[in-house]
Structures are given as C-alpha cells and as structure tokens.
Design a protein around this ligand. Structure first.
Ligand SMILES: NC(=O)c1ccc[n+]([C@@H]2O[C@H](COP(=O)([O-])OP(=O)(O)OC[C@H]3O[C@@H](n4cnc5c(N)ncnc54)[C@H](OP(=O)(O)O)[C@@H]3O)[C@@H](O)[C@H]2O)c1
Length: 276
C-alpha cells in the first residue's frame, strides 16, 4: 500500500487474512514516500521484486499515469488504486467503484437499478465510483459538491471518457451542495473527506428522511462517523459506513494480483471486531 499517510491503513490486515483464507503466499506492507518521490518509490519497489501495489491519497492519478495498460474503469476515472507489475509492464485498475457497488448490492442488499442516488463530493473517491454506479442503471444520479465547478468537471470527464472507452452514453446531474432541495433520494452517499476533520457537509436535512440508506465511504474506530450521526439525527432509518467498501475493493485488487477471489464476509466481520 502506497500513500501519504498510510500508517492508519487497514489494508495490510485485510490482505493478510485474504492470503490466509485462500492459501496464498503474500507479503503486504506500507510505503509512505515523500510526495515528490512517488514514481521513484514505485519503480524501486518494482525493481526489488514487488508484484503489485494498492495506491491511496494523494497518488491515485499519478499511479494511473505510470501504467502501460489500464482497465476501462481506471481509464474512465483517470485514477488507479491498484497496480499490477508483470512482464508486459504496469497494469492499472480502479476497484473502488466495484467495491462500493458490491457492498451496496450484495452486503447491504440494496438494488441500484431504478434507484435515485445522491452522491456528495467530487474528489478522487467520487471519480472512481461514478461510472460503476451509473452502470447499475439507476433512475437518477445527482452529483453534489461544495465547489460546484469541481463536480461539473468530474461529471464531464467521466461521461466523456465513458463514451470513448465503453461506447455507452448516460446522464448525471450536477448541483452545488447547498442547492439540493427537498427531493427524495433512495441512497445518499457521502464521498467527501469532511468526516476526516469531523466537519459536516451542508446537506439539506430533507435528503435523509426518505432515504433507504445513508452511506458514508469513511469509516472509523470511534463508532459512527459524524456524517452518519447527522443523518440519523435527521431521520435516516438505515446507515452504513465504508468498511464494507474497503473490504470489497481490496478483494477485487487481490483478484487482479492473484486470480483468486477471497471470501469477504468473514474478513469484514473480523475487521469490525479488530477495530472495536
Ligand atoms: N471505504 C473505502 O474503501 C474508501 C475508498 C476511497 C475513499 N474513501 C473515503 O472517501 C472519502 C473521500 O476520499 P477522496 O479520495 O475523494 O478525498 P478528496 O479527494 O480529498 O475529497 C475531497 C472532497 O471532499 C469535499 N469536502 C471536504 N471537506 C468538506 C466539507 N467540510 N464540506 C463539504 N465538502 C467537503 C471536497 O469538496 P470541495 O471540492 O468543495 O473542496 C471534495 O469534494 C475519504 O473519507 C476516504 O477515506 C473510502
């Protein structure tokens, strides 16, 4: 795992369990290069026999640009959280979106087809999940961000690349966060980094009451995130944090490296216990 910072990352725990459960030999550690030394560190790791990496903030876009080949979902996102090193060079993938979709549909049992989704945030995480969400054929996706121009740029980039890369055309609405009105959503997803600073995005309270699920991609040791606590206070009936997404995106990375899909339910259970 390479990022800055990564000391808090749960990925080594998750991948060690995946390896144990699938009888794979795997060493998975943390790399935290100086921001300007990212490419040098990746190349050094590869030359020393490293076979793959997970990439997190703030390097996902640079990781994508280092690759010789990339999956459609990484090309559409323009960012990678998974690198595979093989004889043909560097392969980049982005497993965040499929991780979120699997957590929502399989772990939480919420079909996305025909649903109305409010996606809040326009950073790297939102960039990675937008196409995989749109591919589930929701009735509506509204992308809302504090800085509306970032959301507009994200939406434009993803829809344009989606057409180029997959030939598919679809739609996504964009709004300034404060402009989200009293419209009903089935799923509200927080993809901002606001919870990291215990801050709260200014979401109109009405957005929570009718939702079947309020989801925060963030997760934490100390119980519910501030975003989920706010949602509950405004009437949200069902809330979930991003721990399931973390495990599911990790499982997909593991599959990219090893060709084996690890059991995720047990790992999620063990991770929740470990974090208590
Ligand atoms: N569970 C998982 O597997 C998983 C995977 C990836 C990411 N994540 C989580 O997803 C979150 C976002 O990650 P990222 O990589 O996208 O981070 P990022 O690029 O730093 O995200 C920045 C976004 O957060 C918004 N924001 C920050 N503070 C805010 C506030 N106080 N009010 C409103 N909006 C605010 C920014 O709005 P502006 O544009 O207006 O500045 C921007 O949209 C993080 O918590 C990360 O841990 C989880």
């Amino acid at each position: 795992m390479v990022g800055q910072p990564v000391a808090h990352s749960r990925s080594p725990f998750i991948h060690a369990l995946f390896a144990e459960l699938t009888c794979q030999q795997l060493l998975y550690g943390r790399l935290a290069p100086a921001v300007e030394a990212f490419e040098m560190e990746v190349n050094r790791f590869r030359q020393e026999g490293g076979q793959g990496l997970n990439v997190t903030l703030p390097f996902k876009e640079r990781a994508f640009h280092m690759a010789d080949r990339a999956s459609d979902r990484a090309r559409v996102a323009g960012a990678a959280n998974t690198l595979l090193f093989d004889k043909t060079g560097i392969y980049a993938d982005n497993t965040d979106g499929v991780g979120l979709v699997r957590d929502l549909t399989q772990n939480l049992g919420l079909p996305l087809e025909g649903s109305r989704i409010l996606l809040i945030g326009a950073g790297g995480a939102a960039r990675g999940v937008l196409m995989p969400l749109l591919e589930q054929k929701p009735q509506r996706v509204l992308l809302a961000n504090r800085t509306v121009t970032r959301a507009q740029a994200l939406c434009h980039d993803v829809l344009t690349r989606m057409k180029e890369v997959t030939g598919k055309t679809t739609q996504c609405e964009v709004r300034e966060l404060e402009g989200v009105g009293r419209e009903p959503f089935d799923i509200v997803i927080n993809a901002t980094s606001s919870s990291l600073g215990n801050e709260l995005p200014q979401v109109p309270p009405a957005a929570f009451g009718a939702a079947l699920l309020v989801y925060d991609m963030m997760y934490g040791k100390e119980g519910e995130t501030s975003f989920l606590a706010m949602a509950r206070a405004h009437g949200a009936l069902r809330c979930a944090d991003g721990l399931g997404m973390l495990v599911e995106q990790a499982a997909e990375s593991f599959y990219v490296w090893r060709g084996v899909f690890p059991p995720t339910g047990l790992v999620l259970q063990r991770l929740r216990m470990e974090m208590k």
